[in-house]
Design a protein around this ligand. Structure first.
Ligand code: NCD
Ligand code: ZN
Length: 417
């Protein structure tokens, strides 16, 4: 049974403050008012902070179909290393998860292999009933061999699902590599920000044409530009049910890093400018960003070797909490905002009942972190085989990750039903 007692615990409470005491876990559930169970194992959390395990709403673990790139077992070990206790995995498998049969088959694999909790996104257009998945994902641009969904089908998809996640880059706004002679690293120029704004216009148009009450919840994935932040402010101010997600690489790295490093930092949407980074840092502090995902997208080292043929995508899971804690360390965000960005808001957005807060009756999904500036980074886990942040010094470490009351999570549970 997943009983556990955390003694000398200092945990992040729902009000954004730390509370000291003993955290009692019974059968995987937080029982703050109960006395410790006599036979339960005890973990001494002295010197650490206990925070909710992160909920990463956007991962690509590549199983089924491309296990050679990573797979569920390895990907969820990387999640544990980053303090992530729940992943919502994207549907661009090979073949994509666009039918009930394929969803059921993928669910079975996660049930067998995932060490963290999980939920699955399906790919639009989707053949099947409107339940049992986190969202329907729309790609408005080709990405890693996936064809794009035409803007003409947007309204149909919006009408068919309760929650839609969107990759907002309009393929028709892309430019050919041949337009940038002498610039072998032109990925960011080929996918300009104008392609984002035209995708947003198409999304707004299609969503706006549906009566307010019939619209789905919309998540704008991996926000990378100041324009997307302005758009989020605009639609939120009209009361639209739209949420903004961003990823650490969009505030830690710029297009200059991509040009310097090369295909390892080739990603969709591409890395942007320092002005975008500044806008994102402010949006992380005060909105309109609602939560942080990794868009963990591993590819094999040999696939990433050549600029022209390299698929887009970078890994991120194992650096999740250290990267976000760096925002706390630098004073950019406080603990209450940390809580919203890493767990609380994603749990609310995707309806993950009983998760995302350290509170009586919630599932015991926890990360124990400690401030250890200069501590060496742990060994690499991801199948991608590289660290996109080799020069980053982290001030915080993930010491332990607890999933459903089990240390280093033995088996995940499905969180979306
Ligand atoms: C993703 C992948 O590799 O699956 N790549 C990426 O650059 N983000 C696909 C995607 O989400 O666009
Ligand atoms: Zn993605």
């Amino acid at each position: 049974m997943a009983d556990l007692t955390l003694k000398n615990a200092r945990w992040l409470a729902p009000d954004g403050r730390f509370q000291d005491g003993t955290l009692v876990i019974r059968e995987g559930v937080l029982r703050l008012s109960e006395p410790p169970h006599e036979r339960a194992p005890v973990l001494d959390a002295a010197g650490m902070r206990v925070v909710p395990g992160a909920i990463d709403s956007h991962t690509h673990l590549r199983e089924p179909g491309q296990e050679q790139k990573e797979g569920i077992e390895r990907g969820t070990r990387a999640a544990l290393a980053g303090g992530v206790t729940t992943v919502l995995d994207m549907p661009n498998n090979a073949p994509p998860i666009d039918s009930e049969e394929r969803l059921a088959a993928k669910r079975k694999l996660f049930a067998q292999r995932s060490r963290v909790n999980y939920g699955l996104h399906v790919q639009a257009p989707y053949q099947g009933a409107g339940r049992g998945y986190a969202s329907a994902k729309i790609y408005l641009a080709r990405s890693s061999a996936l064809p794009a969904l035409g803007p003409g089908s947007l309204q149909e998809v919006f009408r068919a699902h309760r929650c839609v996640t969107v990759h907002a880059e309009d393929e028709s706004g892309f430019l050919p590599a041949s337009g940038f002679p002498g610039q072998p690293r032109s990925h960011h120029l080929q996918r300009p920000r104008a392609a984002v704004t035209s995708a947003l216009a198409a999304v707004e148009n299609a969503l706006g044409s549906i009566p307010f009450k019939e619209r789905p919840r919309l998540v704008l994935c991996h926000v990378s530009t100041a324009e997307e932040l302005a758009w989020l402010e605009h639609v939120k101010s009209m009361g639209w049910d739209v949420w903004g997600e961003t990823c650490p690489h969009y505030w830690r790295l710029t297009e200059d890093d991509y040009v310097r490093v090369g295909p390892q930092l080739k990603v969709n949407p591409p890395l942007r400018t320092q002005a975008d980074v500044d806008a994102l840092l402010s949006a992380l502090a005060v909105g309109p960003i609602d939560f942080i995902s990794t868009d963990h997208a591993p590819h094999l080292p040999q696939e990433k070797a050549d600029e022209a043929s390299a698929p887009s995508g970078i890994p991120g899971l194992e650096w999740y909490l250290p990267l976000v804690l760096e925002l706390v360390e630098s004073g950019r965000i406080g603990w209450s905002r940390f809580l919203e960005l890493t767990s609380r808001n994603a749990a609310r957005c995707f309806g993950l009942a009983g998760r995302g807060l350290i509170k009586e009756g919630m599932r015991a999904d926890l990360a124990l972190v400690s401030r250890r500036p200069g501590a060496p980074k742990p060994a690499l886990i991801t199948g991608a085989g590289y660290d996109p942040y080799p020069d980053a010094a982290f001030s915080w470490c993930v010491e332990r990750t607890i999933v459903n009351g089990r240390i280093e999570g033995q088996a995940g549970e499905e969180v979306v039903t």
